[in-house]
Structures are given as C-alpha cells and as structure tokens.
Ligand binder design. Sequence first.
Ligand code: AMP
Length: 113
Amino acid sequence: MDCIFCKIAEGKIPSKKVYEDDYVLAFYDIAPQAPVHILIIPKKHFSTILEIEQSDRELIGHIFLIANKIAKDMGVNERGFRIVVNCNRDGGQTVFHLHFHLLAGRTMHWPPG
Ligand code: AMP
C-alpha cells in the first residue's frame, strides 16, 4: 500500500518525532497551521475515521491519552488546544491514513473554516 503516513510510521520517510510507542506516532506537521501543529497517528492503517471498529476502542482511547500527554509536555494544556480529525472530501482530508491534528499556540476560531 502506498501510504505516506505508513511510511513515516515505518521510518522509511523521515519525520520530526514528538512521541512514539508500539501503537502510535506523533510528529510535527510539515505545513503548520498554528504555532504548535502535531499529527498523532495510529501505526495501524485506517484510511479514514470511518474504518474504526469496536476492537479499536482501546487504540483510539490511547491516542487521546497521548494527545493529553503531548499537550501537557508542550505546556499548551492550560491555554488550550484543538484536536481535529478531517474525514473525506467535505472534511478536507488530504492524507488517507487516520490522523489527529493537535493545534495550539494561538486562539482557535469557531466555526472552523
Ligand atoms: P488532512 O488534510 O487532515 O488529511 O491533513 C494532512 C496533513 O498532513 C496536512 O496538515 C499536511 O500538512 C500533513 N502532511 C502531509 N505530508 C506530511 C509529511 N511528510 N510530514 C508531516 N506532515 C505531513
């Protein structure tokens, strides 16, 4: 499968890593949309959030715990941050490997664009 984030997870394409364990990788977005813009990905391939199944609940919960840890480690927890998952065309998804954007370091707007 020709998936750029699978290649990043396998270390075949370099990334600026923030966190890694057996299940998850977090790295800086190449085109940051905020002063802090990190992508958190499961190493397991899901094309979109729609492919998550019951058996993935622990993995997805783990991703949120890692987001929590990264936010605290980066000191953006008190001011706050935003987690974004884009899905398919209307959601603005461009990379079809499930990823969670962690955006921080500026005030986020609502509604999002
Ligand atoms: P999305 O539009 O939600 O699918 O987000 C994909 C994100 O991946 C975008 O914010 C891109 O800037 C980012 N991206 C694409 N290629 C890379 C890469 N090689 N390293 C880091 N971030 C990337």
